[in-house]
Design a protein around this ligand. Structure first.
Ligand code: 4AD
Ligand code: MG
Length: 476
């Protein structure tokens, strides 16, 4: 017997007996229940024999209630569905008081739903987003597993700040006001749980590198924490990052990998999440129809996704990008908040978005950035001023991927660390990789939520992770 709505709708075989459990989305005319069990965006219509159903039971069929039905699958007389369940038995498993239940069958604002994040997945939009998120996760593992990568679990508690940006959450077991202090009045972390200062990881890269230098091809896929106080639609304090790292691969190989990987996972969900993506596509088109013409996208969501899978990413050096930006209309008309005047400027998201959305109109890989705006571990180019860094920029998102060829030369790395005030003693093990069997290697980090945002067309990163962690918010 088919046991969920997705399977039943797919099979479409009428006259079979079925039993289903799910939640009531709507109940109208004391007869028609739209039932959803989470297996698909589609509800199944369950028709009640209301003359033979006790009044008391009918009253308990309310939006949000959990029910079990048994009946026969039949061709539907009504519009909007081809098959329906003619219910012979109904049981109310869990009531839902309509006066108190926040999720009514009407449009709720995303702000309101964020405050009810424990219930929002019961709406069409959020259930679609979260099913796509799950399939994307699977596609990530599938891609790497199919291509000979090993999954590595790097530590969540660490003593290092891989990115050197100092945006870390401290981990301590000291009790309030009871932390021991040293003679000069500082907190004495040598007496803390780990005997040293520790924090939640900002990236698993440095540890992943150690594994790439033995297993060849590895990837991480885990939670990452950043205490950056950015209240934007693209930043979370807790997000999931995917970090492949490959021995004997240079920056060109890294760019090829990033492009192939993104295209492959998008192709997977295009093939395996058709109903959810069709729904999200319509949702976005509807949302955008309320905007002035100039602010609407030129492509629908599905068109954007196929555009990415079918076209080459444009590869542009930082130096070329600066030339384009310097001579761009918004720069000349002083429309950028951060005007670009000389080489060496750090690119802001307004610049990245100009490049992908206005200038190239496709995903762009920028490479060879100035050394002093990038992390210490990136390989120095022959020019002595740029490093083998790459960022993959996406329309509507900005930076989706950040990566690099790593500095594999011991002497160059040490010098770089000194110049950037990175503690050599803390990273003795990272330096060891350059002493014992060092080799060219590269990798990147992809922010999983930004990928989910792009795939689902959701405007705010808080709406693509079940329980977002952002400044001033850790509810649930
Ligand atoms: O560019 P980032 O900082 O690079 C690294 O952490 C490298 N260690 C990765 C590597 O080479 N293995 O971060 C990588 C990606 C960004 O491109 C972005 O997509 C995402 O992580 N990201 C965030 N996503 C959500 N919220 C935040 N606060 C993010 N910070 C970075
Ligand atoms: Mg970055």
């Amino acid at each position: 017997m088919k046991s969920n709505v997705a399977e039943i709708l797919k099979s479409g075989t009428v006259l079979q007996e079925i039993a289903l459990k799910g939640w009531v989305r709507t109940f109208r005319s004391n007869r028609f229940i739209a039932l959803n069990d989470g297996s698909t965006i589609n509800n199944i219509q369950c028709v009640i024999d209301f003359e033979n159903t006790p009044e008391k039971t009918l009253k308990r069929i309310t939006t949000g209630a959990a029910i079990a039905v048994k009946g026969i699958l039949a061709e539907s007389q009504g519009k909007g569905q081809s098959i329906e369940v003619q219910v012979s038995e109904i049981e109310i498993l869990g009531d839902s008081n309509p006066d108190e239940y926040p999720i009514q069958p009407k449009k709720h604002s995303f702000e309101f739903l964020r405050e009810n994040a424990h219930l929002r997945v019961r709406t069409n939009t959020f259930s679609a987003v979260m099913r796509v998120r799950s399939k994307l996760s699977f596609a990530v593992h599938k891609y790497f597993q199919d291509n000979g990568f090993n999954y590595v679990n790097t530590p969540i508690i660490t003593g290092s700040d891989a990115e050197g940006a100092g945006e870390m959450f401290r981990v301590t077991s000291f009790e309030d006001n009871k932390a021991p202090v040293t003679e000069d009045g500082k907190i004495d972390y040598s007496k803390d749980f780990f005997g040293k200062e520790t924090n939640l990881t900002v990236s698993g890269q440095l540890e992943a590198e150690t594994y790439a230098m033995a297993l060849g091809k590895v990837y991480t896929f885990g939670p990452t924490f950043r205490a950056e106080n950015s209240n934007t639609t693209r930043h979370l304090a807790e997000f999931w990052m995917i970090e492949p790292e490959v021995a004997f691969m240079d920056l060109d190989g890294n760019m090829d990998l990033a492009e192939d990987f993104i295209k492959s996972v998008l192709a997977y969900v295009l093939e395996n999440c058709k109903d959810d993506l069709a729904f999200l596509d319509q949702r976005l088109t509807q949302e955008e129809s309320k905007l002035p013409q100039a602010q609407r996208s030129e492509m629908s969501l599905l068109e954007k996704l196929t555009f990415v899978t079918d076209n080459h990413f444009k590869r542009v050096s930082y130096t070329e990008a600066i030339d384009i930006l310097r001579n761009s209309k918004p720069n000349k008309k002083k429309k950028f908040q951060f005007p670009i005047d000389k080489w060496g400027a750090d690119l802001q998201s307004e610049h990245e978005r100009f490049l992908v959305e206005k200038h190239f109109k496709c995903p762009v890989i920028l490479f060879d950035y100035p050394a002093n705006i990038k992390a210490f571990y990136m390989r120095l180019n022959e020019d002595g001023k740029t490093v083998r860094a790459m960022d993959v920029l996406f329309p509507g998102i900005g930076e989706m991927v950040g990566g690099a060829q790593r500095e594999e030369r011991y002497d160059v790395l040490i010098e770089k660390m000194k110049a950037m005030n990175i503690d050599e003693k803390e990273l003795w093990w990272y330096l060891d990789l350059r002493k014992f069997g060092t080799a060219v290697h590269s990798g990147f980090g992809l922010g999983f939520e930004r990928l989910v945002q792009f795939t689902t067309g959701m405007g705010n990163i808080r709406d693509v992770i079940p329980f977002p962690r952002t400044p001033q918010n850790a509810e649930f």
